[in-house]
Design a protein around this ligand. Structure first.
Ligand SMILES: *Cc1c(COP(=O)(O)O)cnc(C)c1O
Length: 240
């Protein structure tokens, strides 16, 4: 275990150095938060990263998030939900610090209902299909204004920005998609809407987070570069 912990700490230090170098290349701009993507990794891996100073963790599977939260209800870190979201799973993800993956209007009523029931305001990002890829999650850029308008009716859900999963491609090809998401946020930030801010841009993964930071990312979602290769089966923590 200790070897694993040392490895995670060493990888995290290397990622942090890359983050800092990318921020230096970018120049003045927003703060960048590193989200460790811990899907399918056990809680022990999260604990190791926390011990090395990481405060934010992202999960892709609603059930796995629920299990991990249940196993560590008083965890000192922030949870992010970054996976595909189904309406009947919304209940499992409300309560985490940020839901990155709201990709259609049908998710808003259950988000509002469960946030209200928990007496909290749920922060979310809108996932955008910038490249217009067929069959991929995310709202089309043209549908974004209508979706943002709907937040005016929601008392307990707040939009904080946009999220992108670009088409698989070498990092330098992905740069254009990152830049497109930034421009989209800037374009829509001009129009003031209740319960909508577009300051956060969640983009960039292990292969390209440095490019994403150069293009304005405020949240980078990094799994493999911190935790190593993912186990095949979802982590099932023992009962708390
Ligand atoms: C798995 C995943 C990541 C992390 O991917 P790595 O390549 O391991 O860094 C980031 N974002 C989303 C949405 C993911 O599903």
């Amino acid at each position: 275990m200790t070897d694993d912990n040392d490895e995670i700490a060493a990888r995290l230090a290397a990622v942090r150095a890359q983050v800092d170098a990318a921020i230096a290349r970018r120049g003045p701009g927003p703060a960048v938060r590193l989200v460790g993507v811990s899907k399918r990794h056990p809680l022990a891996a999260i604990e190791a990263a926390t011990a090395a100073g990481l405060d934010d963790f992202g999960e892709n599977y609603a059930q796995e998030l629920r299990d991990k939260v249940g196993a560590r209800p008083d965890a000192p870190w922030r949870w992010h939900y970054i996976g595909a979201l189904q309406r009947n799973k919304v209940k499992l993800v409300v309560g985490c610090a940020l839901v990155h993956s709201v990709d259609r209007a049908a998710l808003l009523p259950p988000l509002q209902r469960h946030a209200l029931a928990q007496d909290r305001v749920q922060d979310v990002l809108i996932q955008v299909n910038v490249a217009g890829e067929a069959g991929k999650a995310g709202v089309a850029p043209g549908a974004l204004p209508d979706l943002l308008d709907r937040f005016a009716q929601l008392s307990h859900v707040r939009c904080r920005g946009l999220m992108l999963i670009p088409p698989a491609a070498p990092p330098e090809h992905t740069r254009a998609h990152f830049a497109a998401l930034r421009r989209l946020a800037q374009q829509h930030a001009h129009r003031r809407r209740p319960h909508v801010e577009l300051g956060e841009l969640s983009m960039g993964m292990s292969a390209d987070f440095d490019v994403a930071i150069e293009e304005g990312a405020t949240l980078v979602r990094v799994g493999t570069a911190i935790f190593g290769p993912r186990p095949n089966a979802p982590a099932r923590p023992p009962p708390a």
